[in-house]
Design a protein around this ligand. Structure first.
Ligand SMILES: Nc1nc2c(c(=O)[nH]1)N[C@H]1C(S)=C(S)[C@@H](COP(=O)(O)OP(=O)(O)OC[C@H]3O[C@@H](n4cnc5c(=O)[nH]c(N)nc54)[C@H](O)[C@@H]3O)O[C@H]1N2
Ligand SMILES: Nc1nc2c(c(=O)[nH]1)N[C@H]1C(S)=C(S)[C@@H](COP(=O)(O)OP(=O)(O)OC[C@H]3O[C@@H](n4cnc5c(=O)[nH]c(N)nc54)[C@H](O)[C@@H]3O)O[C@H]1N2
Ligand code: SF4
Ligand SMILES: [Mo]
Length: 686
């Protein structure tokens, strides 16, 4: 029997946002998933984990029906009994009303992230929040540090079209690992290498799968990219690679920058980064003599207390050489500003009361354990609705997160596809649809398309979309907003109309709209995003956020990190594993088999000094706690650096708690943001 092939869009939290083709076996069953060949960015490629999505879609552990907790919090599925949707929704509404009666509406904290990137299903929770005056969420777990760093220099969140990578003569992947985290970047890099002989440089503390295929790997110490960028720019000025005419026309303070860089030579940068002077000079010359140089900026090096400053320093390079002017030249971090969407219907922005308090999602541990830094004189958080995220595993300071979720006076409802470790703390668990079972609209961080996707198969068992849960709760809570009475598709059509964008039938094949800007604008030849239209070498950190102490205005190494000390001599980085996507896929057989078990990569000399070998049990710790892992020889990283790929479930670790026991909920500077890769630890034999 021939299979139906239906279009869709990958909803996962990945900059690639692939245009998909899904084999439909019958109304409830899918086969393989492939990348759409006719989408110029996806170009027929998807990652292996989504290719075998049937493993996840038809996983025997999918949540099938609503559950009510009858046993202990934080245990397992046996602590729950099945109930009807009506009974479950009534219980949630009643708990929210009761909590608000006692403490005021801001005691309720709806909490969400990007388990799905569809705008209606992901962000609809904000409509309920605003209509009910519930506490707001400052969404810091992923992009806050990077956004602040990019905006400091460029002034608007967009960059050069990623398809232009194929037309570059030098591609630099800075602080990102696309072979694992956004494979489609590699399609375009491969074209540049094959068709133009473009060298490919990776800047990353360890030999990632991307670094393995690169021509040059600069294995910096974590948190020292600001120094590398300055050492490189020193050479660019000194050896005549700086484009002074470009800088005079397009930048704010080239003379101040040049004077500032005089003392930041390659020897200085080598001492801080741990690279050799020669590596820095060679890279600077390569970058300086190539006009069409493309910096693809990853998130990784922004996840540090000085991360915004690091990312900002990197973005200064193309402004010094003027690479922005050329096709295939310039830089890209993410393209959010390409999508001029009016989000008020989806998110209920028209009913938002700016007086309601905002809580930092990355600080969920401190928030739930009553930290006054976060709560001030406000009420405790006593009720939560959680959608599309798994904070029991992914948020920093896991021990505090656990203590918070275990509070007997906290009511939690978790809407999920699986019985995650967060669901195991819930009072009510609701089964959620996957992207194949609901409609949505998708923007993208890594390319320029706005995409639509209709459901492909019927919902599994009693699974329901986020939109359904939000609208049903609104009814029971008395929340009023036109969005609660509309279908997903009606919201999408109305949102497009309100935004002055074409209607769905005018999208290419009903699927996507390419929002790419003309060359002049994409390359900032008609000005950067700041009011003076210039690229800023002088960052105005105090205007960006409150935590600006210790951040220099000109690009520099900012030592505001968790520096290694005698007590904590190692610097730990906790990057993504290839077969998992955050915690998604860490329960599918294919992914788990490929990843094996949680390991820590240790430099061979550090391993020898410890008297340990490959596969031995070692313990990593700091003042927050400790975890046991198996050692792995880490070639291609400096001594004193530890790498723990994840995100494994907490229960995959010997003592039942995962790697985020060790990461800190300190805010990144200047405008918050989780600092996952900025942790000093000790290391012992276990
Ligand atoms: N397979 C897979 N894909 C994913 C994800 C996943 O978990 N697994 N997660 C998704 C999500 S939510 C996101 S935000 C993106 C993130 O994707 P990326 O942009 O790749 O960012 P990170 O995952 O934070 O880290 C990437 C790299 O940064 C490096 N790094 C850490 N600190 C430093 C530093 O100080 N300097 C430099 N130069 N490099 C540093 C790490 O070693 C790591 O290799 O990927 C998405 N795609
Ligand atoms: N150690 C360490 N920790 C990290 C990171 C790291 O690199 N290292 N990266 C950080 C980053 S960048 C991020 S973005 C966070 C992400 O962390 P999470 O937000 O937890 O990310 P995901 O695992 O992508 O998605 C969470 C859940 O959303 C559910 N979900 C998917 N679609 C839907 C839906 O339509 N409805 C509902 N109700 N649920 C749905 C999935 O089943 C999944 O369990 O993790 C952060 N934590
Ligand atoms: S590369 Fe990213 S967007 Fe593409 S299929 Fe994989 S997870 Fe989805
Ligand atoms: Mo992320």
């Amino acid at each position: 029997m021939p299979l139906d092939i239906l279009p869709s869009v990958c909803p996962h939290d990945c900059p690639s946002t692939c245009a998909l083709e899904v084999e439909r076996v019958d109304a409830r069953t899918i086969g393989r998933i492939r990348g759409a060949r006719d989408n110029s960015y996806t170009a027929g490629v998807v990652c292996a984990k989504v290719g075998r999505y049937a493993e996840r879609q038809h996983h025997p552990d999918r949540l099938a029906v609503p559950l009510r907790r009858v046993g202990e919090k934080g245990t397992d599925r046996a602590a729950y009994e099945e109930i009807s949707w009506d009974a479950a929704l009534d219980a949630v509404a009643e708990a929210f009303l009761r909590a608000a009666q006692r403490y005021g509406s801001e005691t309720v904290w709806p909490y969400y992230y990007a388990g799905t990137m569809g705008l209606v299903q992901r962000d609809g929770i904000n409509r309920l929040r605003h209509a009910m005056r519930y506490a707001r969420q400052i969404s810091t777990i992923c992009v806050a540090c990077a956004d602040a760093g990019w905006l400091a220099g460029v002034g608007v969140k967009r960059g050069v079209d990623s398809r232009e990578i194929a037309e570059s003569d030098l591609v630099v992947m800075w602080g990102g690992n696309p072979v694992s985290t956004q494979v489609n970047v590699m399609t375009h890099i491969t074209r540049a290498r094959k068709e133009r002989g473009a060298p490919f440089v990776v800047i990353d503390p360890y030999r990632t799968p991307t670094a393995e295929v690169a021509d040059i790997h600069l294995a910096v110490r974590p948190g020292t990219d600001g120094a590398l960028a300055c050492g490189v720019m020193h050479v660019l000025f000194k050896e005549g690679y700086a484009d002074r005419a470009y800088m005079a026309k397009y930048t704010d303070a080239p003379a101040a920058l040049e004077a500032h860089l005089k003392s930041r030579d390659p020897a200085w940068a080598a001492r801080i980064t741990g690279l050799s002077e020669q590596e820095i000079v060679d890279f600077a010359r390569l970058y300086g003599r190539t006009k069409r140089s493309f910096l693809r900026i990853g998130y990784g090096f922004s996840r540090s207390r000085n991360g915004s400053a690091q990312l900002f320093a990197a973005t200064c390079l193309p402004a010094v050489t003027g690479a922005w002017q050329y096709r295939g030249g310039g830089a890209l971090f993410a393209g959010a500003a390409l999508y001029p969407l009016d989000r008020s219907l989806i998110e209920g922005l028209d009913v938002l009361d700016p007086a309601t308090r905002s809580l930092d999602m990355s600080r969920i541990g401190p928030v739930l354990t009553g930290d006054k830094t976060d709560l001030g004189d406000g009420p405790p958080v006593t009720a939560m609705l959680i959608q599309n995220t798994n904070p029991a595993v992914v948020a920093p300071e896991s021990l505090k997160v656990r203590a918070g979720f275990l509070r007997p006076d906290l009511f939690t409802c978790v809407h999920e596809q699986f019985f995650t470790e967060t669901a195991a703390y819930a009072d009510i668990v609701l089964p959620a649809t996957t992207f194949l079972e609901h409609d949505d609209i998708y923007t993208s961080g890594g390319h320029t398309h706005l995409q639509l996707a209709r459901k492909v198969v019927e919902p599994y068992a009693e699974a329901r979309p986020n939109h359904f849960v939000i609208c049903e709760l609104a009814k029971r809570l008395g929340a009023r907003h036109p969005g609660f009475a509309m279908s997903e598709w009606e919201i999408i059509e109305k949102t497009l109309a309100m935004s002055g964008l074409p209607s769905p039938d005018q999208f290419d094949g009903g699927r996507w709209l390419d929002m790419a800007l003309p060359f002049e604008t994409a390359h900032f030849l008609d000005g950067f995003g700041h009011a003076d239209k210039r690229f800023h070498f002088r960052a105005n950190w105090p205007a960006v956020g409150p935590f600006h102490e210790g951040l220099p205005d000109l690009p520099d190494h900012a030592e505001v990190i968790d520096v290694a000390t005698a007590e904590h001599p190692f610097r730990m980085v906790v990057p993504p594993a290839r077969s998992f996507l955050n915690t998604t896929f860490n329960n599918t057989p294919g992914g788990v088999a490929r990843e094996g078990r949680p390991v820590v990569r240790i430099h061979p000399d550090d391993l020898a000094a410890l008297g340990a070998g490959e596969g031995d049990r070692v313990r990593l710790g700091n003042r927050q706690g400790s975890v046991v892992l198996h050692a792995k020889r880490g070639e291609g990283q400096q001594r004193g650096v530890l790498i723990v790929e994840g995100i494994w479930p907490n229960h995959a670790f010997e003592e039942g708690m995962g790697i985020n026991v060790l990461t800190s909920a300190d805010p990144g500077r200047p405008n918050r943001g989780a600092v996952f890769h900025d942790t000093a630890v000790w290391l012992r034999k276990a």
